[in-house]
Ligand binder design. Structure first.
Ligand SMILES: [Zn+2]
Length: 79
């Protein structure tokens, strides 16, 4: 009988602990703005000087202050 009481206490403690984990988990989700690993920083977009294609500045090829979408357009120069 004593062990049964201990078991019941453990089950209740486990359920309370689990409920708190779920509550804190759902409470932590709403400010889910910046998930780690996927930065949502707005990137500066620049047009290709040759064809006008918009692309992130980090992916653009820069030459002489102008941006190009590809090495070919960079070679061809501005339109
Ligand atoms: Zn281009």
């Amino acid at each position: 009988m004593k062990y049964l009481l201990v078991l019941i206490v453990l089950i209740i403690a486990y359920n309370v602990w689990r409920k708190q984990r779920i509550d804190s988990g759902s409470a932590a989700k709403p400010p889910h703005r910046a998930p780690p690993g996927t930065p949502r920083i707005p990137q500066e977009m620049v047009p290709c000087a040759r064809c006008g294609l918009m692309m992130p500045k980090t992916e653009a090829l820069e030459q002489g202050g102008k941006h190009y979408c590809s090495a070919e357009h960079q070679r061809q120069g501005p339109a």
